[in-house]
Design a protein around this ligand. Structure first.
Ligand code: ZN
Ligand code: ZN
Length: 350
């Protein structure tokens, strides 16, 4: 048995429960602790049974409730090391960065990773991909230095809501009147993209995605022969992602924006450029292209997620994906669902 329960999906917060018969993990914690606990209860997922939290990347819509929730449930958090470091830096007041400075930092980290990958595997696709991403981020950083944006996806300067801390802090801390260190976590475990690891009876394969964060990834989860995958927050579909998304039974895939709505929509030009870039988000069109050309057609469910509220319409995303799947059987497989920002999706169980 495996189950996927999307608690929230979109630029205002992302979080999904992946469960096997013995193990439950939460992927991302992009809503407040209180809201995450509420949505788990609504969806029939017992928060007390969660074994771990996994983080795809450090943007606020993926980590907003992380530290409070992890402390509350007293469970470990799995990151890549660069993502953990970027998250700690974001929460450390003395080093709060502007978006431009932060992008500059991400670019330097990306260059370092590209150099490390190039040293161990010169001429590999991943080395080329990382080098290209660092060049693109340099371009966005140059633009962002001139234009501050209010894009909801824009990371740093995290507010910590004191009321939220009080409500969700463990009783012992509340009684002692301590103000917890915002970066304190009960336990931190590191993983590397491309290297499989296990939590309980779930095998997890993280894969690198092209996005403007320190070390962003998607995940494939496998238990008892069932495979579920999450791939959102990616600027395009590079070969490593296409090959990671083979033989998937339930696929949560980004369908962020309609190209025309984004072009004509309310975002400032610099933000439009960022979303459209190869380290931004997948358009309905790019998702449809993947589904038509590269997808192996084997999933029972395709869940479209991270839909923009300003630059997309759920029916456009659905139509685009269903047309792309047109010649695939839809009675038992390739059923399309839309994940929501405001309410959890019914659990998908296989
Ligand atoms: Zn996101
Ligand atoms: Zn993101």
């Amino acid at each position: 048995m495996m189950r996927m329960t999307v608690l929230a999906s979109g630029s205002k917060g992302n979080s999904t429960v992946i469960a096997s018969s013995r193990t439950r993990v939460l992927v991302d914690a992009g809503l407040s602790c209180r809201e995450l606990l509420k949505r788990m209860t609504i969806a029939g997922e017992d928060p007390a049974q969660l074994d771990a939290i996994l983080i795809t990347h450090e943007h606020q819509d993926h980590i907003a409730g992380l530290s409070v929730l992890a402390r509350r449930l007293n469970i470990p958090v799995f990151f890549t090391e660069p993502t953990h470091r970027a998250w700690v830096r974001m929460l450390t007041p003395r080093t709060t960065m502007t978006y431009a400075k932060w992008l500059d930092h991400v670019q330097r980290e990306k260059e370092a990773r590209a150099a490390a990958v190039a040293a161990s595997a010169p001429n590999s696709e991943l080395a080329g991909q990382l080098a290209e991403e660092s060049r693109i981020i340099a371009g966005i950083a140059a633009g962002a230095a001139l234009n501050r944006s209010d894009d909801p996806n824009t990371p740093p300067e995290l507010p910590v809501d004191p009321e939220e801390e009080d409500l969700c802090a463990p009783e012992s801390q509340q009684a002692a009147g301590q103000k917890p260190d915002p970066t304190y976590l009960p336990a931190v475990e590191y993983f590397h993209s491309g290297t499989r690891f296990s939590i309980g009876d779930i095998d997890i394969t993280p894969f690198t995605i092209p996005h403007d964060a320190a070390d962003p990834c998607g995940f494939v989860f496998e238990s008892e022969g069932i495979r579920m995958a999450l791939a959102t927050d990616l600027g395009y579909m590079p070969p490593n992602v296409k090959s990671a998304l083979k033989r998937i039974d339930v696929l949560l895939l980004e369908s962020n924006h309609d190209l025309e709505m984004l072009r004509d929509g309310p975002y400032p030009w610099s933000v439009k450029q960022r979303v459209l870039s190869r380290v931004g988000h997948l358009s309905n069109h790019a998702t449809a292209e993947f589904l038509q050309k590269d997808y192996d057609g084997g999933a029972s469910w395709i869940v479209l997620g991270h839909l923009s509220e300003s630059n997309n319409a759920p029916e456009l995303a659905r139509l685009s994906a269903e047309q792309a799947l047109g010649n695939q059987p839809t009675l038992l497989g390739n059923r399309v669902l839309l994940a929501h920002q405001g309410t959890p999706l019914d659990p998908i169980t296989l």
